[in-house]
Structures are given as C-alpha cells and as structure tokens.
Design a protein around this ligand. Structure first.
Ligand SMILES: [Zn+2]
Length: 94
C-alpha cells in the first residue's frame, strides 16, 4: 500500500476506531500516521473531539495524582477506568 493510499484510509477513521486509538494512546505512543488521522477526525467530529478532551483531562488528573511517585505511567486501575469509559462509549455508538 502506498503512503498516500494508507493516508487516505487513515482519514476515514470512524468514531469507534478513534475510540480505539485514544485507548491505545494510553498504552503506547501513537505512530505519526495514527496521530495525524486522529487529529483530522477530531477536527471534523465534535463528539470525538469532546471525548478526547475529557480523556486528556482524566489522564492529566491521574498523572497529577501519580506525581511524586517513581512511575510516570498510568496505573492499571486508572487505565481500566478510562478503558471502561471508552468501551461504554463505543458500545453506545454502535
Ligand atoms: Zn467521531
């Protein structure tokens, strides 16, 4: 698949895929292509845009909570909680 073909495909993420990418972003650094696709979708989709903001707020809150501890990563419990939110949401949209 050419770069441009895969780029075009990336631009056609649906809301569920966006939820999945947001979820993945808690575990790993997204690839450039994924971040780009996500950003394009968020520009066009107010629903996902609001959701990604609330995810970021949640993540930031957990990071603040973890500050002072040696771990900079989200605790498994914190990730589970965010993931539950994501699943609840993608279930509702399907
Ligand atoms: Zn969307």
């Amino acid at each position: 698949m050419s770069f441009w073909q895969s780029l075009r495909q990336s631009l056609m993420l649906n809301c569920r895929e966006v939820s999945e990418l947001l979820s993945a972003s808690l575990d790993r650094r997204l690839k450039l292509r994924e971040r780009f696709a996500l950003r394009q979708h968020l520009k066009l989709c107010r629903d996902c845009s609001n959701f990604s903001k609330s995810i970021r707020v949640l993540e930031q809150a957990f990071r603040n909570w973890l500050r002072g501890s040696s771990s900079e990563r989200l605790s498994p419990e914190a990730r589970d909680r965010i993931r539950q939110e994501l699943e609840r949401r993608s279930g509702r949209n399907s």
